[in-house]
Design a protein around this ligand. Structure first.
Ligand SMILES: *[C@@H]1O[C@H](CO)[C@@H](O)[C@H](O)[C@H]1NC(C)=O
Ligand SMILES: *[C@@H]1O[C@H](CO)[C@@H](O)[C@H](O)[C@H]1NC(C)=O
Ligand SMILES: *[C@@H]1O[C@H](CO)[C@@H](O)[C@H](O)[C@H]1NC(C)=O
Ligand SMILES: CC(=O)N[C@H]1CO[C@H](CO)[C@@H](O)[C@@H]1O
Length: 432
């Protein structure tokens, strides 16, 4: 159809229909406030071809310019010295690393997505570590909107591990889903601040917060916390309810809090009358006895750390299939993080979760036992890509695309995703 004809039809359509046309999920299974991020869909493909910290073909170079879909011709450990700063409208699709690789781990410092509007990041491990910049997070988002982080494994922050916090203006429309947020390094050891202004929505869905002393997470603003598992929080607390004079409005639904060796304090702390929470189906297993045998928290202000419990749910995006807290433990144990291939770190973390109370520790040095650093990640075999468009020839032939011409950014099947996105989406589950 000609663009002008299409436009004239659109002009006469009722509003909800035109909205539907412009709100393609970032990928099948994208949920929450950040679900409509477009990433680099209107830009070009950049293929990461080496594990160098910088220069042509490196990940740092890939994310340094806006409007890119970043795919990986190699997997492995990318050791970085300086922090990585991501530009606007970038998609980082870690699942495109060769199938016989161990996926992609970035180790040595943290990342900033501040101001990086419209990013999509999937299936990658971001491990900061003690040589990273003092006082910085593994992931920082101080501003920006429309971002989605899916199946990330994030660990070893020196300040926070995954932090979304800022006020001028506040970060908004952001989702972290199906991810592991682990082991903020001592002495700070924080899962993360998730602090926005009221009206700037953040969704935290089906994540595992594990082995952080405190802030698992600490929440302010507009937030939904659904089907997460928090394991082995330390003395600072698990879900910290704002502790703020400003108003927060949150849904906290279907989460499981499982105490581990470092857990002493209650799952919810530091709420007050300004922190309005709709709460439902949250369970706590506090006996550290190796089996999942907790109890559902009674719905009252006191059980929820003094927050003001609300009678009705806030109208936030939510999830397509809400699980019980018990189902969330099973799901997160099997699929959270860069689960296409779990590295030694994630295997250890999930083993701790599955010990249901007996294993787990807060750490100050990722190279010491038991973590023993990020390990060795297989690079895999580079696929043949004759036209250099980022999509292997074998895939192009199978999908009916042209292996002799750069057609990665075309949308051959007209489903709204460009070819390179269709390929990336086909490599991982689109539902859960
Ligand atoms: C990547 O780093 C290696 C080792 O330092 C170097 O030999 C190579 O030229 C670099 N590649 C590029 C594209 O800069
Ligand atoms: C956030 O998303 C809502 C709903 O789609 C939209 O109205 C609002 O403009 C978005 N905010 C920003 C800063 O993009
Ligand atoms: C919960 O807190 C809210 C706001 O402070 C208050 O209106 C309500 O009465 C409290 N409910 C209970 C059961 O204490
Ligand atoms: C504040 C707090 O809870 N600190 C503790 C965190 O966990 C480590 C290791 O278990 C303890 O040494 C800290 O005292």
């Amino acid at each position: 159809m000609h663009t002008r004809a299409l436009l004239s039809i659109l002009l006469f359509l009722p509003l909800p229909f035109t909205t539907a046309l412009t709100t393609l999920p970032a990928f099948p299974g994208a949920e929450g406030f950040g679900r409509n991020a477009i990433g680099g869909r209107h830009g070009t493909v950049y293929t990461v071809t080496n594990l160098n910290d910088s220069g042509a073909g490196s990940l740092r170079d890939a994310v340094s310019q806006p409007d890119r879909i970043v795919v990986f011709a190699v997997g492995g450990l990318i050791q970085i010295t300086d922090r990585i700063v991501v530009s606007k409208r970038v998609s980082i699709l870690g699942q495109t690393a060769p199938a016989d690789s161990g996926g992609v781990t970035v180790y040595g410092n943290g990342w900033s997505f501040s101001g990086a509007d419209d990013v999509v990041v999937r299936y990658i491990r971001i491990r900061m570590g003690k040589s990273g910049t003092s006082g910085k997070d593994a992931i920082t988002i101080a501003s920006g909107s429309n971002m989605i982080f899916d199946h990330l494994s994030v660990s070893w922050g020196r300040d926070e591990t995954f932090s979304i916090s800022g006020s001028s203006p506040s970060p908004s429309n952001i989702t972290i889903q199906n991810s592991i947020i682990a082991q903020g390094l001592q002495t700070h050891s924080c899962g993360g601040l998730i602090q926005t202004a009221l009206g700037s929505g953040i969704s935290l869905l089906r994540n595992l917060y594990i082995d952080n002393k405190t802030r698992n997470p600490k929440v302010k603003g507009t937030n939904e916390f659904v089907n997460n598992v928090v394991y082995n929080w330390g003395g600072g607390g698990a879900y910290i309810a704002g502790d703020s004079e400003a108003v927060s409005e949150v849904n906290v639904v279907g989460n499981y809090f499982v105490k581990g060796p470092d857990s002493s304090v209650d799952a919810f702390t530091r709420g007050n009358a300004n922190f309005r929470g709709f709460v439902s189906g949250n369970w706590v297993d506090g006996d550290k006895d190796g089996s999942l045998n907790g109890k559902e928290l009674p719905v009252n202000n006191a059980s929820y750390g003094g927050m003001a419990v609300q009678g009705s749910r806030f109208a936030y995006p939510g999830v397509a299939r809400e699980m019980s807290a018990g189902e969330a433990v099973t799901y997160v144990g099997s699929y959270a993080g860069a689960s296409l291939s779990r590295d030694q770190v994630d295997r250890r973390l999930v083993e701790e979760l599955k010990s249901l109370g007996t294993m787990g520790e807060l750490i100050s040095d990722e190279n010491a036992s038991p973590m023993a650093g990020p390990g060795v990640i297989a690079q895999g075999t580079k696929a043949v890509d004759s036209d250099g468009d980022g999509i292997p020839d074998e895939v192009e032939t199978k999908m009916g695309w042209d292996a002799g011409r750069n057609d990665a950014m075309e949308d051959k099947d007209g489903n709204g995703y460009v070819n390179v996105e269709d390929w990336a989406n086909s490599l991982v589950p689109g539902t859960y």
